[in-house]
Design a protein around this ligand. Sequence first.
Ligand code: URP
Ligand code: ZN
Ligand code: ZN
Length: 473
Amino acid sequence: MRTLIKNGTIVTAIDEFVGDVLVEGEKIVSVGEQIDATVDHVVYANGKYILPGGVDQHVHYSFEFKGERVRGFETSNAAVAGGTTTVVEFVNQEQGKGMADTIFEFDKNEVSQKAMVDYSYHAVVCDPVDTTFEEIKNLPNRGISTVKLFMAYKGMPFHSDDEALYKALNAAKEAGVTVMVHAENADVIDILQKKYIAEGKTDPYYHALSRPARVELEATQRVINLAAMAEAPVYIVHVTAKNVMETIRSAKNDGLPVYGETCVQYLMFDENDLAKPNFEGAKYVMSPALRTKADQEALWEAVDNGWLNAISTDHCGFDWKSQKHMGVDDFTNIPNGAPGVENRLGILWTHGVNTGKISRQRFVDLFATTPAKNMGLDHCKGHIGVGMDADIVLYDPNESFIISNENSLHGVDYSSYEGYKQEGKVDKVFLRGKLVVDDGEFVGKKGDGKFITGKPFASCFDNTKADKELKSV
Ligand code: URP
Ligand code: ZN
Ligand code: ZN
């Protein structure tokens, strides 16, 4: 099957031009200003942008918080409808079981038949025994190139201490596995949470006061130091605050392989959203907490300059009525996280590209190209180019609509972006050549998505050493 997409504005991370894309089977086989070919279908993209399908490197389709579980891959049509064709899911290791075995059991039972989006996995350390750290070295052989540790969430099965972090960093660097870290000081949060609850301060707003930016800053500084001591790269997930971003930037300027992402919600919302009345604030309970308008501005500057290299969603589909209300008398029981995978393209386009905060090229880089590289998926994802998977979004900039939960596919009872205007609309999406969104409507089916192998990185520190040796010759 050959499809020719004609006369659209093709946007990559470094380029933009009006042209055509030729798709054969699952792959892009030609990209150019004018392609003449005998094909089965021609799709005219006049006036539309041709973008690479998004790669959301941070989603949760299996996260559990105090017994409450998020919506799973049966809702992954939401990702595709929003222009994201690949997601990377965190799978918490089961006690006494290997990380990869946990992942592929979950894959078999809950993902492979249901996924409507392509996907890859992050391993998550929950059982910090020697065999777990040994296993990290073998993860690339199972197609996993990242491992996550949570410095936050004291008392939860997925919390890790510094010993686990340092061991993981040492094991990971040898194998080209990237260590990803949720950086917050769990002990301080625990003390502050208990203090506020004891004082009767139980509203969602105290979620922010119990996890101030300094708990994120302290943990970020600590893990950067641990990574430097282990001579390993480290990736800080969901960066929320100016001073945290500056810490990452200065480590980078010192030559350390320290990287970070932010998420759409930290660019859009602030701590005042947590103060919304009638328990509406619970919709914005996520960790780290929402910050200030000044932090938002700093984060926009950071993504524009590459100090943070990706924008994810940390998608977490908890229901407000049936799940977030668990914490109606105690904010510490509100399941952490919010949905958003469906809105990443539209919100970033409207509030980033159309406001001039980021260029279209920068948008594509943050939305697809660099996340694919971070995850070792750039062998087939994140770029409109010959040999890449034909994951293609046609985005119509002349459409607009008001976001509402009623029209969302994410399977929960609220949207964080309810009432927000979206400029532009996803018109068509191709997932490995298959049309899965047509005229804005999802037309794919369960099982369309497939597992994509993450490839390990080539060690940065080894290269540095090799460079030094070369220079000294
Ligand atoms: O509040 C959040 N972010 N929930 C999801 C789990 C995590 O910390 O990433
Ligand atoms: Zn986290
Ligand atoms: Zn997360």
